[in-house]
Design a protein around this ligand. Structure first.
Ligand SMILES: [Zn+2]
Length: 199
């Protein structure tokens, strides 16, 4: 849309939102439009919640999971088995797995997946600390998404760790290829964890 027609403040908001990955100009416009339709109090509460989140949330220093603390609740829980590490692409994948109540180990969040098309390489991912953490692990469960990128990431991690004395497994999928963990229902995800296979 032409800048001149749009009020400056509107243009700025849309410009910023459309810079977010996955948001084009159209979805940024929709977001702004919906926000402006809310009663003023509600929309301000929404933005305050976003600001609050930005101020409080950071990646756990140990595993990369989004947390309000320096070390997340899972890493600091003495009842979690630190020798079993489940590798996920994003924090929300880990939160989805947590809902199953089936996993008693800890996580490692990559903050993405290998994607040559998007120019995302191993250097952009939280991989060096995984190699370090793997030294103390007995089992690594790779739970990247069942997509081409997720599979490529899984293979990359496997090759990186295969010579170490660790059991490496890949989560099983009742999920269709191309699906994502964070959108999977709890039952499907429980089955996927139970059916993990060694690679
Ligand atoms: Zn953590």
């Amino acid at each position: 849309m032409e800048k001149e027609i749009l009020p400056e403040a509107l243009h700025k908001a849309i410009e910023h939102i459309s810079k977010l990955p996955g948001y084009g100009e159209k979805s940024a416009q929709k977001f702004v439009e919906n926000l402006l339709k809310l009663p003023k109090g509600e929309s301000i509460d929404t933005i305050r919640a976003l600001l609050d989140m930005l101020n409080k949330i950071n990646p756990c220093k140990e595993c990369g999971l989004l947390t309000e603390h320096e070390i997340c609740n899972i890493c600091s829980d003495e009842n979690r088995d630190k020798s079993i590490i489940c590798v996920v692409e994003e924090s929300f994948d880990a939160f989805a797995i947590e809902k199953t109540g089936k996993f008693k180990g800890v996580y490692h969040v990559l903050h993405g997946r290998l994607s040559p098309l998007e120019g995302i390489t191993e250097k952009d991912l939280n991989i060096p600390s995984l190699v370090k953490r793997a030294e103390k692990a007995t089992e690594i469960i790779i739970a990247t998404n069942p997509t081409i990128e997720g599979e490529a990431t899984s293979t990359y991690i496997y090759n990186l760790l295969k010579n170490k004395d660790i059991e490496i497994s890949r989560i099983a999928y009742g999920l269709p290829f191309g699906a994502s963990l964070e959108n999977a229902d709890t039952f499907t995800l429980s089955k996927a964890l139970e059916g993990k296979r060694r690679i």
